[in-house]
Design a protein around this ligand. Sequence first.
Ligand code: OGA
Ligand code: MN
Length: 209
Amino acid sequence: MEAVLFAQIAEAIYDKGYFVADQTLPLALTETLYQQALSIQAYQFHRAGVGRDENHLLSEAVRTDEVCWVTGESPAGQAWLQWVAGLQDYLNSRLFLGLFSFESHFAHFAPGDYYKRHVDAFKGEANRVLSLIVYLNPDWNVEDGGELVIYAGEAEGAMFRISPNFGKLVVFLSEEFPHEVLPASRDRYSIAGWFRLNSSTAVRVDPPT
Ligand code: OGA
Ligand code: MN
């Protein structure tokens, strides 16, 4: 069903390392995720952390958004994880990426919130391989801000800016592209997720459960 889209994503990742497209997810799924994002109560959102240990002291200067991890307990979460599983299977069979597990969260940026330039994975300790973001903001205007700025590499300038329009999907190699979220003048909702490699050893379970 999603064969064409998955093939486009695989090709773009293989060629350039990233994929960006409008309204790519099935509309019903996007709607469900949007409703879920809106229905998450304030107490279920948590101040986002930075890094594996979610260092909250350090994070303040870097990001100010709040997040709610997807557990798969809600029908919306289940539908999302099912869609992602299809993509994971496809990318593994097509690109041999060895994607092993997936984690994701809803994110809410209140007006003025930001997430400074960062990478989602560091070279050498790479277990986050592929980053995925779906935007859940109907009727977003360029003047509302909140763009995702993607840089071409570690020492490179901005490659492009992406407005967080409803249903837009962004996929990129986690280690390769520094990126940042600019402040918006409206509430900004998204779901962000990461495919990981299996980097468990006999003495360390990764990712921790
Ligand atoms: C992230 C992130 C970008 C966005 O959560 O790591 O970079 O546009 N999000 O929300
Ligand atoms: Mn990021």
